[in-house]
Design a protein around this ligand. Structure first.
Ligand code: ADP
Ligand code: MG
Ligand code: MG
Length: 936
């Protein structure tokens, strides 16, 4: 007999006596499902249900709906029957109907991005039965109208505005403000309108068969995995490698069943500051699910202390607070006690800050969700260091807890106190996500994205945000909403992405049509500047001056831990003393790349350098013609006056540049206070220093400055034209043709080093592909070094090395190491030449390449480890084989990318170098790489 194929299990039960999953099964059950199972195992009051696995979602995508449903139907039916047994309720029938929620939940948390349907199982029969049983007609009808609305939106794809408008119209007609003020009769009328809306929009009646409702709900959740906003969210947050969402089918509990019922969201610690002052969260009485986050009503606080503080911030008197916005602690003390105990239990269990959803049904508390809470960077470092101090986690865990890229939030400016005091305050909202932001007001997410693309700083101003706005929120410098609490969509999403956000600024009157808002006597229109303080909730007119942030406290403590565990050195790419000082403040241990091009550009230098370029070709020809090597050799030869002039002009230009560059290097070495600096010799092609033909104004100016004709400049430009300048006469190729420029730069560097005690220059020859190029340039530098040492009577600590950025250099690195004391991997050019992608044009197709998975990431942002990384690995190995202690670093854009840093650790580089603001990120990423490697 043929064996049936082994049955894959798709359905996992939780709650009741028997829970099949647990917290470790995230990838199969999704985060929500795994944690529901874990909470049930911990004995917490979780309404029972079952999770359909993410594998089912993947199969749904592959085989289609029918095949999958045939596959899971027996398991679902059995689980449903089990639920009926556990609850004593029946699905689709009286006298005690079972209602369900159908909830999405992937392995990575994507709050609000996918769909959920509540109150599933209602139809005329079950509605009647529930009314009979509860005697609470209003509650049942409220649940039914919510169900039609959610199911209509999520499953039938009917524009939810249609329902929203019907609801608003009815409230207006009844002269009430809140949903919960509508009577049972009102709700009957509303349900009738909803049915009409469904019929008109979908061309059929609202489905009444509960089993049909259930499967359509399951399908909708599976499909929501690929809805545009979920796809966009995964893109923005770089969530990959997941196969789909799980579906959680769970017994409904009702926070909307009267004044002894409620629903809320709570955090075990404050998600914006990390403080553990009091139990932090918000709830609404007589409300369901989304009401708290949707910002429809003003939510109340969990603790009395929190409530009192909240009232103070909102100018609400104690009497009004107690009557209208009492805390959970006051309104439902027993439930509060239970919830408080659960938060302690959950935090101790997960050893991390939790974000929890709860519902109270007629005085009974239920837990509906827990997850590691999203938090600001400030909260992340505070919580991690506090948990170490409390003995809950060890130092390594604390280091691993913080997302390196998130640190960026802590490095950016905050408002200057005195400027902020003087600024014209428009209003105050909730401090939903910290930081300071100034920008021009726009009123839609699309406008935010569009303006941002035009390079404008914008503040996205909305009555409230919804998941569709995610792209615009990302594009905005700051987000301002008129409605919603600390757990509103805007607040949660902004904190997640580190954008400054002020939420629930209730005094704003926003008029989307007229693209303006009014507040008090002020009118602010689209394009007007405002400033937001996300740490206090203040909103100001105009732009407010900012200052650099503090780098001590928990941030400093985490950085110290990072330094303790990392093996890689961290340097910075800096060309100016100012950048150097910023980087040193952020913990840079030296400069990994100091580009010198600006030393030829700024101020008068460009004039001198253009004089040199003007005659450089003539001087080169003269040397060839007279078969001499050195400029000085030409002095002994009789030249015609024009040639003699050219030689003198060349020499004079070098002489003018020398002291200017020396001064620059002195300032750099001083800013470094004894830290090493890798200085790259001139790299770009010469044409970059000339005004091109598309710049007639610049050409005219240059002609006047140098006393030559525009035609002469055009001729020069034509002479320097290259078809592929990035592969052209640049890097050490310039130094080979014009050795005097190398000598001048070496002299400037070394004389500066002689003048600044402790200076540690490392002279780097760029674009070497053949060891002979390096040998020739090195000879020049060494000769200058001995001249300077002799003149200054000193010994200089100098290293001479090269950038490995040409693939030929990487594969002949053993030869090159004979001359080079260090390698610095210039991964921008190495990627360009290694992959054969022009950095300036590849944007057009690289996006497609990444979309189609040819490259996992843009290889210019994240090092292509398989290819370019292999060149790095080979070069490192070959380099070490010849010179054991050779110093190896990386200085491309990749140096600040946490993934690339992990790779650099593995290959055993000595340091990474990145832009100043990425230094703390690199320190942390390096520590994480080391810890990860140790754990393996
Ligand atoms: P999201 O992932 O968007 O938070 P959820 O699946 O958590 O979606 O559900 C949305 C809201 O509905 C939450 O407030 C949740 O607490 C509530 N909810 C979900 N299932 C139930 C249930 N069985 N009973 C009562 N409320 C529920
Ligand atoms: Mg949720
Ligand atoms: Mg380069």
């Amino acid at each position: 007999m043929k064996q049936p194929p082994p049955q894959v299990k798709y359905v996992y039960r939780f709650g009741g006596k028997h829970t099949e999953g647990d917290g470790a099964m995230r990838s199969l059950l999704g985060g929500k499902g795994a944690n529901l199972a874990e909470m049930a195992r911990l004995g917490l009051p979780v309404p029972p249900g079952f999770t359909i696995s993410t594998e089912a979602c993947a199969e749904f995508g592959k085989r289609g709906e029918k095949a999958l449903f045939d596959l899971i139907r027996p398991e679902v039916a059995a689980a449903l029957e089990n639920l009926e047994k556990l609850t004593g309720k029946t699905f689709g029938k009286g006298p005690n109907p079972l209602l369900l929620s159908v909830r999405s939940g992937a392995a990575a948390s994507m709050p609000g991005m996918m769909d959920t349907v509540l109150n599933l199982g209602l139809n005329d029969v079950t509605v009647a039965a529930m009314i009979k049983r509860t005697g609470n007609e209003r509650f049942v009808l409220d649940s039914f109208r919510r169900f039609i609305q959610m199911f209509g939106d999520v499953v039938m794809h009917i524009n939810s505005d249609l329902f929203e408008h019907a609801l608003e119209a009815l409230k207006k007609a009844r002269k009430v403000k809140l949903d919960c003020e509508l009577s049972a009769d009102d709700l009957k009328e509303l349900i009738a309108s909803y049915r009409k809306i469904v019929k008109k929009a979908a061309g059929c009646d609202f489905p009444s068969d509960p089993i049909d409702q259930l499967y359509r709900g399951i399908r909708a959740v599976f499909e929501s995995w690929d809805n545009p906003r979920a796809v966009r969210y995964r893109e923005i947050n770089d969530i990959r490698g997941l196969i789909g969402t799980a579906v959680n089918v769970q017994t409904m509990v009702f926070g909307n069943s009267g004044s002894d019922s409620a629903t809320g969201v709570a955090f075990t610690r404050d998600p914006s500051t990390g403080e553990n002052k009091y139990f932090y969260g918000e709830f609404l009485i007589n409300a369901q699910g989304e009401d708290v986050v949707a910002g429809i009503r003003t939510p109340q606080q969990i603790t009395k202390a929190g409530s009192v503080e909240w009232a103070k911030n909102h100018n609400i008197s104690e009497t009004v607070r107690r009557q209208e916005y009492p805390s959970l602690e006051e309104a439902m003390p027993e439930c509060f006690q239970k919830l408080d105990a659960i938060r302690r239990k959950l935090e101790a269990h997960y050893k991390d800050m939790q974000d929890m959803e709860f519902t109270i049904e007629n005085g009974r508390l239920y837990m509906l969700q827990t997850r590691n809470g999203k938090r600001t960077a400030a909260a992340a470092v505070k919580i991690a260091t506090d948990l170490v101090a409390e003995g809950m986690i060890d130092e390594r865990t604390a280091v691993m807890r913080i997302e390196p890229a998130q640190l960026d939030q802590l490095l950016h400016p905050v408002f200057v106190k005195s400027a902020e005091i003087k600024a014209r305050k428009l209003t105050t909202g909730l401090p939903a996500s910290p930081g300071a932001a100034a920008g021009m007001v726009v009123f839609s997410a699309e406008d935010a994205e569009r303006w941002n693309e035009l390079g404008k700083a914008v503040i996205l101003c909305r009555i409230e945000t919804s998941p569709e706005d995610i792209g615009g929120m990302h594009a905005a410098k700051g987000i301002l909403t008129a409605r919603g609490g600390m757990t509103s969509h805007a607040a949660v999403v902004a904190r997640g992405m580190g954008a400054c956000c002020v939420a629930g600024a209730g005094e704003l009157n926003i008029d989307y049509k007229a693209k303006k808002f009014t507040v008090g006597e002020y009118t602010v229109r689209e394009g007007d500047w405002i400033s937001l303080n996300g740490s206090t909730g203040a909103v100001y007119l105009g732009t407010v001056e900012t200052v650099e942030p503090e780098l001590t406290g928990p941030f400093g403590a985490i950085m110290k831990l990072a330094d303790k565990y990392r093996k890689l050195g961290i340097r910075t790419n800096a060309d100016t003393p100012r950048d150097t000082r910023v980087a040193v403040k952020f913990g840079a241990e030296g400069i990994g790349l100091c580009r010198t091009e600006h030393m030829f550009f700024e101020g008068d230098r460009i004039i001198a350098f253009r004089r040199l370029i003007l005659v450089a070709e003539t001087v080169k020809k003269l040397k060839i013609q007279h078969n001499v090597k050195e400029l000085a050799d030409l002095d002994k030869i009789a030249l015609n006056p024009a040639d003699r002039n050219a030689v003198e002009q060349y020499r004079a230009a070098l002489k003018a540049l020398l002291p200017l560059q020396r001064k620059d290097f002195v300032a750099m070495f001083k800013a470094l206070e004894g830290r090493p600096a890798t200085v790259r010799l001139l790299d770009p092609p010469l044409h970059e220093f000339l005004p091109q033909n598309d710049n007639p104004k610049g050409q005219k100016e240059m002609a006047e400055q140098l006393g030559i004709s525009v035609a002469a400049i055009k001729k020069l430009v034509a002479g320097l034209h290259e078809f592929n300048p990035m592969l052209g006469h640049r890097g050490c190729r310039l130094g080979i043709t014009y050795p005097e420029v190398t000598a001048m730069q070496a002299r400037a560097i070394l004389e500066a080093a002689a003048a600044v005690p402790g200076a540690k220059p490392e002279i780097m020859v760029p674009l070497v592909g053949n060891v002979k190029e390096l040998a020739l340039q090195k000879a020049i530098i060494l000769r200058v070094q001995s001249e300077v040492e002799k003149a200054k009577k000193c010994q200089l600590a100098v290293k001479i090395g090269t950038m490995i950025e040409v693939p030929r250099a990487a594969v002949t690195a053993d030869r090159i190491a004979e001359e080079a004391e260090f390698f610095s991997f210039g991964t921008n050019d190495l990627t360009q030449m290694g992959c054969g992608f022009s950095r300036d044009d590849a944007g057009k197709y690289l996006t497609d390449y990444v979309k189609q998975g040819i490259y996992e990431y843009d290889p210019f942002a994240v090092l292509d480890q398989e290819g370019v990384g292999e060149l790095v690995r080979i070069a490192a190995e070959k380099g070490r084989s010849v010179r054991k202690a050779i110093k190896l670093g990386i200085c491309g854009e990749h140096g600040g990318d946490p993934r690339t840093i992990g790779f650099c650790h593995k290959v055993g580089l000595s340091y990474v170098s990145c832009s100043p603001y990425r230094v703390p990120i690199a320190r942390l990423a390096a520590a994480q790489a080391a810890i990860r490697a140790d754990r393996k």
